[in-house]
Design a protein around this ligand. Structure first.
Ligand code: DC
Length: 219
């Protein structure tokens, strides 16, 4: 039996994570934040001081990497070699390093299997940048969620005020990440040809989820 997979792609701050969580709860299925995997790679690169721009160093590092998700209180928690690293992967530094290192084909290949294996066993909402285009091109429902940069930056700033200096630096960082993520050679951020695009600039979380549910539950 094949699993029912719903993909949500889009730029940082478009509301993917909150919306994926709520949507998955309403559908009674799990939710997978694939950005966490890329953040996990970046975190370990920093921790282990890996020269990731060097192909063979990166390859050796990726072979030793042991990332996986475990279920805790009904949600998936990222583990690296048995250690819960979820508290360390949300800093601006890790965000940027994840964006840079995720452009490496070796990194993307290393994470592909982990994502597809999760989908083999269960229905899920997968959130990321290339879910509908590369990882799950056959997904049953594909969404592409976006919003104006200023609104996205304000949302992110409101979420983590103590970790950042000002809203302008959040916006600048987001713009740089958007550019990295959408202009890279492999698996760039872009809507799949058959994705349903939703602009969340003037919509709240509930309104977006309602729109998605109407599409998914349409007889
Ligand atoms: O979704 P996020 O902001 O947590 O993702 C962090 C970075 O990881 C993002 O800037 C690009 C990369 N990423 C990716 O390349 N492909 C994915 N499917 C998810 C994230």
């Amino acid at each position: 039996m094949t699993s029912k997979i719903i993909t949500i792609d889009g730029p940082a701050g478009a509301g993917k994570t909150t919306i994926s969580k709520l949507l998955s709860q309403k559908l009674g299925i799990i939710y997978v934040d694939t950005g966490a995997l890329y953040r996990g790679v970046a975190f370990e690169i920093k921790e282990q001081n890996i020269n990731w721009k060097n192909g063979s160093d990166l390859e050796i590092f990726l072979k030793s990497l042991d990332l996986n998700f475990i279920m805790k209180n009904n949600s998936l928690v990222l583990m690296s070699s048995g250690r819960d690293i979820s508290d360390f992967i949300r800093t601006p530094e890790i965000s940027m390093l994840a964006s840079l290192t995720s452009a490496k084909p070796l990194v993307r290949t290393a994470l592909l299997d982990i994502q597809r294996k999760i989908a083999e066993k269960q229905d899920a909402v997968f959130e990321g940048r290339d879910m509908g285009t590369v990882v799950f091109p056959e997904a049953e429902y594909k969404f592409y969620l976006f919003a104006d940069l200023t609104v996205r930056a304000k949302r992110r700033f409101d979420e983590m005020p103590e970790a950042v200096k000002d809203v302008n630096s959040v916006e600048q960082e987001m713009q740089t990440r958007d550019n990295n993520d959408s202009q890279r050679q492999i698996a760039p951020l872009k809507p799949a040809r058959d994705a349903i695009q939703i602009d969340s600039t003037f919509l709240n979380i509930e309104q977006v989820v309602e729109k998605m549910l109407k599409i998914i539950e349409k007889p």
